[in-house]
Design a protein around this ligand. Structure first.
Ligand code: HEM
Ligand SMILES: [Cu+2]
Length: 530
């Protein structure tokens, strides 16, 4: 007989130690690598945020030179967006999608390994110029802000070149991950797992993947042109040679606005799973949510110039970008409606994942509503580049994706490790995060309305009190995340009681039919889907 138990054999023979992680093509290993990398980068970005808030704690130049301050905010932004959030959601996709659709692994496992291992060098490229500066080479890392606007980005030092190469690597990595998700979802579903039965998280990632492949080339092309402007005598973005810096803004934001949804969609997809589990009710409006994901993705590529209301576009362009932007609130509003309807009159309990999921709805709600305020072309003349914007996008990016990632982490940690995390610590983490977050960013709304510009290391005396409040909030927020790290590490190292395969009373889905932790190779034969 040629039928052997391949499953059992491979279980024994997968490599151990460092080579397991370096050469792995296993979707769970790669998922874990992505998530550990993302969490590490979240701590790096968080540390930089603490430095920013330390500098802004009091008026006056306290901690760093203006040049260094610019570098710190730039790397904070780039790290949070590209090296923390995107990898974490890619890690969730890798770990969860094969289990959710009954596939043996991702469709392109070697590509998967490659995609991950492009990330660490990219992160190194962002910070390396700081170390080179210590050796007397260059003047530090990229200092243009995460938007890398020309003409500053043409004139600025070698940090920009390093960042351009980092963006190439990050873009390649995300594109590979996206291709893999699309191929896997379209080809490797278990028999009976029709598209109409696809878990909503998988739908959200499918949209994310298409969106990413559609818009990343704009940024990459822009980056090549910028490199050429810097070193090869072209003038795409420099007015002095007949080019136009506004062209960079278009290319950047054609990518940059959809990027926000690339960060958001995966967690908007995991949210219904969590809400439905802890409300013990089925997901409300499955189809409406899936169609909303598609509508959001499509609308997101036609609204980019709402970031450029003050750049002198013609009035009719501003009006078009204003109304198209406002139109996005329709599908987003549908998502909110479905989330509320899912928990409405449910038998709710408030374990940590549920708390973070509700926190997501509240905070992202504020992010969305203040976005609507900014999308008014006339009002934006006032708010543009003030702290109102900084507060808005932190509600949108921390309040949405980060809260969602944390909710998902608590939700799936017992599945991944086979152990329950510490619920008391989790609740402390939640409440300190909520208090710290709002204490950081509510004052920033007020500062923005008062006219404090973003990206300044020092400010007028009248802004002192609110800035101090914001910094105190940030320190609370930062400290609270250490509770999370401790809780995760503790659970991974085996503390806590054993988790069942279903983990949560109300949990549904293929992944919850598997033991906790799931076996190294998930499905040796395709599962049957009713
Ligand atoms: C840990 C809590 C965080 C704090 C206290 C914080 C604080 C700040 C502050 C004060 C600025 C403005 C700097 C300035 O304009 O002078 C800033 C900028 C920024 N932050 Fe955060 N942040 C946090 C988390 C995040 C997260 C989670 C993300 C994204 C996922 C993020 C993305 C950004 C971006 C894109 C910028 C703009 C950088 C630029 O102007 O080029 N931040 N942050
Ligand atoms: Cu936008």
């Amino acid at each position: 007989m040629s039928v052997i138990d391949v499953h059992g054999l491979e279980e024994e023979h997968h490599p151990r130690g460092i080579s397991r992680w370096l050469y792995t093509t296993n979707h769970k290993d790669i998922g874990i690598l992505y998530m550990i990398f993302g969490l590490t980068m979240f701590l790096v970005g968080g540390l930089l945020a603490m430095l920013i808030r330390l500098e802004l704690f009091e008026p006056g130049m306290k901690l760093m030179h203006p040049e260094l301050y610019n570098q710190v905010i730039t790397v904070h932004g780039l790290v949070m967006v590209f090296a923390a959030l995107m990898p974490v959601t890619a890690g969730m996709a890798n770990y969860l999608i094969p289990m959710m659709i009954g596939a043996p692994d991702m469709a392109l496992p070697r590509l998967n390994n490659w995609g991950f291992w492009l990330l660490p060098p990219a992160a190194v490229l962002l910070v390396l110029p700081w170390f080179l500066q210590l050796l007397g080479i260059g003047n530090g890392t990229i200092d243009t802000g995460w938007t890398i606007y020309a003409p500053l980005s043409i004139q600025s030092g070698l940090g920009v070149d390093f960042a351009i190469f980092a963006i190439f690597l990050l873009g390649l990595s995300s594109t590979m991950a996206s291709i893999n998700v699309i191929v896997t979802v379209l080809n490797l579903r278990a028999p009976g797992m029709t598209l109409e039965k696809l878990p909503i998280f998988v739908w959200s990632w499918l949209n994310t993947a298409f969106l990413l492949i559609a818009v990343f080339p704009a940024l990459l092309a822009g980056a090549v042109m910028l490199l050429a402007d810097r070193h090869f005598g072209t003038h795409f973005f420099s007015a002095s040679g007949g080019g136009d810096p506004i062209l960079w803004e278009h290319m950047f934001w054609f990518f940059g606005h959809p990027e926000v949804y690339i960060l958001l969609l995966p967690t908007a997809g995991i949210l219904p799973h969590i809400l439905s589990t802890f409300a013990r009710k089925p997901i409300y409006g499955y189809k409406a949510q899936v169609y909303s994901f598609a509508a959001i993705s499509m609308l997101s590529v036609i609204v980019w110039a709402h970031h450029m209301f003050t750049s002198g576009l013609p009035a009719y362009a501003n009006i078009y970008f204003m109304f198209s932007t406002m139109a996005i609130s329709v599908p987003v509003g549908i998502l909110f409606f479905c989330w509320f309807a899912t928990i409405w009159r449910g038998a709710m309990t408030f374990e940590t994942p549920m708390l973070f999921a509700i926190g997501y709805v509240v905070l992202f709600g504020i992010g969305g509503l203040t976005g609507l305020v900014l999308s008014d072309a006339a009002a934006d003349q006032q708010y543009h580049n003030t702290y109102f914007l900084v507060a808005h996008f932190h509600y949108a990016l921390f309040g949405g994706p980060i809260m969602g990632v944390i909710a998902a982490a608590y939700y799936y940690l017992p599945k991944l490790t086979g152990r329950m995390y510490n619920e008391t610590l989790g609740k402390w983490h939640f409440w300190l995060t909520m208090i710290g977050f709002n204490a950081t960013f509510i004052p920033q709304f007020l500062l923005g309305i008062d006219g404090m510009p973003r990206r300044i290391p020092d400010y007028a005396l009248k802004f002192a009190h609110l800035n101090m409040a914001s910094s105190l909030g940030a320190f609370t927020l930062g400290a609270a995340q250490l509770l999370f790290v401790y809780n995760v590490v503790r659970t991974i190292s085996g503390a806590g009681r054993a988790a069942t395969s279903q983990v949560w009373e109300g949990a549904h889905g293929l992944e919850f039919t598997l033991p906790s932790p799931p076996p190294y190779h998930t499905f040796s034969s395709a599962p049957v889907i009713e």
